[in-house]
Design a protein around this ligand. Structure first.
Ligand code: ZN
Length: 370
């Protein structure tokens, strides 16, 4: 099966490249916001829908006006790509899959998309349009083919990245009889139906002191000063470090789960959210349940394996996996329980839940319902 995959690398721009990229990011943001305003006004004032062609004509007009003529100084491709992104953002909004598109701010991560006409890939090097030198990319792994599109970005910590979209041939892993149910949690990030428990590393807590110190230093700096900008970067770098560590840990974990199992069953996050409360929300986002599920899905698909998410709520924790007896209640702090139905003692709350999830998932696969 052929799929398109993104390969992301860090790169170090020359001062000239950095300046050009900063201008490009600024123009992309300007176009996004101007077209979004144009669309919003047309909708509210005249109930008009602005399509891609109208938006494109609007951009052409902007480039001709003296006070926005600076838009012609950067490659036109990222600006066109930005219109395409907004078009699909509206499509998702109209299909009720997403919220109304938002204005972009300078403080967010900046990015620009270069289609194949706006960069060259030669001798293993990428050169962007209007640049004289290739980008100094840290190739942590080889590209499998020439990229069709590249996305250049700068995160809030000031680091530059390039993400290259390439066609790859994915190879299905050999079929294995192993299947697993996974219960996502906070104390343990996950517990599997075969009894494995993976500790939740609590990335934020690990960096909490460092982060608190950086934030304290930032609060003491004068607004608008150079030192404040530096302190801000330090805070952003700390956040970036936390995000990187979390992602790295999740990648290793999901790779192992997909390598070992043919079928992976878990509850949908909508179901998990039913038991979420405000106080746990931060811990949940820190654990990265959503990212974990996303990685399991695409890695399973590439490997020719299956990831099943159970959409309907059912009492996975309160139901005894052995006899089907359903407890009336099971407080969160009760880790093991005795089953009044079959007399089993020391039933581990999470392992029992994971075994129920596996059973429900395989039933779903077999089309039997649950
Ligand atoms: Zn029982």
């Amino acid at each position: 099966m052929q799929t398109e995959r993104a390969f992301k690398y860090r790169f170090y721009p020359t001062p000239e490249q950095e300046a050009l990229l900063a201008r490009t990011f600024g123009c992309v943001r300007f176009v996004w916001n101007a077209v979004l305003r144009y669309r919003t006004d047309a909708f509210y004032e005249r109930q008009e829908k602005i399509g891609y062609n109208d938006a494109s004509a609007f951009l052409t007009q902007l480039k001709k006006q003296p006070d926005t003529a600076f838009l012609a100084e950067v490659s036109s491709v990222p600006l066109q790509q930005c219109l395409r992104h907004q078009q699909s953002a509206f499509k998702n909004f109209l299909a009720k899959r997403a919220k109304y598109p938002r204005f972009k701010s300078k403080k967010q991560r900046q990015s620009a998309t270069f289609a194949s006409s706006a960069f060259s890939y030669r001798n293993g090097q990428i050169t962007l349009a209007k640049c004289s030198e290739p980008l100094n990319i840290r190739w942590s792994r080889e590209l499998p083919s020439a990229p069709s599109t590249v996305v250049v970005s700068k995160d809030r910590a000031g680091r530059h990245f390039i993400s290259c979209l390439c066609k790859v041939e994915t190879e299905a892993l050999p079929i294995t009889p192993k299947m697993v149910g996974i219960d996502l949690g906070l104390k343990d990030l996950l517990v599997t139906s075969d009894g494995t428990k993976v500790n939740n590393p609590r990335h934020t807590a690990r960096y909490a002191r460092k982060l608190a110190r950086a934030q304290r230093q930032l609060s003491r700096k004068q607004k608008g000063s150079n030192n404040r900008a530096k302190a801000k970067q330090k805070v952003a770098r700390c956040h970036a470090k936390i995000a990187d560590t979390r992602l790295d840990h999740l990648h290793k974990l999901t790779r192992q789960i997909v390598n070992e199992n043919q079928v992976i069953c878990l509850e949908s996050l909508a179901v998990k959210n039913m038991v979420r409360n405000r106080h746990l929300a931060k811990a949940i986002s820190d654990a990265g349940w959503g990212e974990l599920a996303r990685q399991l899905h695409y890695k399973a698909e590439w490997a020719g394996r299956q990831c099943v998410q159970i959409d309907r709520w059912y009492p996975s924790s309160k139901r005894c996996h052995d006899c089907g007896y359903v407890l009336e209640s099971l407080p969160l702090d009760v880790r093991t329980w005795g089953c009044p139905g079959c007399g089993a003692q020391g039933v581990d709350r999470d392992v029992n839940a994971a075994r129920n999830i596996l059973q429900a998932g395989t039933a779903l696969l077999a089309g039997a319902g649950y």
